[in-house]
Design a binder for this molecule. Sequence first.
Ligand code: ZN
Ligand code: ZN
Length: 266
Amino acid sequence: MLNILWDTRNYLFWLASLSILCVLLERLRPWRREQKLSRPQLGQDLFWLIFNGHYAGIAIAFVATWGLERFFAVGSTFRTLSAIDLLTTQPLWLQFVVLLVFKDFLEWLVHNLLHRVSWLWQFHKLHHSIQELDWIGNMRFHWMEIVFYKSLTYLPLVVLGIDGGVILWVAIAGTLIGHLNHANLNISWGPIRYVLNSPRMHVWHHDLILHGHKGQNFGIIFSAWDWIFGTAHMPATDKQPDQLGFHDIDQFPRTLLRRLIYPFWK
Ligand SMILES: [Zn+2]
Ligand SMILES: [Zn+2]
């Protein structure tokens, strides 16, 4: 229990620090100069930031806790497999890199499903209801997405007996890149753009126009998956989409409560 609280507090510290960093960067060097700090639905986005961040933090801390491993009898069976022991006995930095790549690929797959399966898309619409992109948009997502993403990506790590600290650092890295992807910053990472996702790339994920069959740029941390599987769209110039959102956005509810229950009655 102590571990859960410690990891949650640790995650929330990093969430707050990275959020402040993005606010400062956006004030210092905004990409869209006309974009204001206060905009419609900022209050609602603060709600998502605090509550989604909080629940994500709890979920991460919860699954990162060693105690939970005991609940998974299956964990001990898995741990007898030499391939997993091979990973858990590696230096922490190597575990971090392997897990970051592994987890990000799973999230790329889940994100594809959120766009391609119509009932999942009803939940994901909330994230795409953003019409002015800034860092806080990273936290605008339905609570069910925590269930889809975290259960699929963090739970196997716990069952496999991965170090709680490594899982926490993977979560912090995800928050950093996620915040930056949504930030009002003109960053493309130059030649590294074929590996790492960026604000210049992710803005096209939010484009009203679909440049592929079901959309483009599904990557979270790494853009490499989109380049490899042909779902990347990134103009060479710093051109931006004319309009963000989705086609029936005018029928999407605007109040917080309606947005939460919308996918269920849909
Ligand atoms: Zn999406
Ligand atoms: Zn996004």
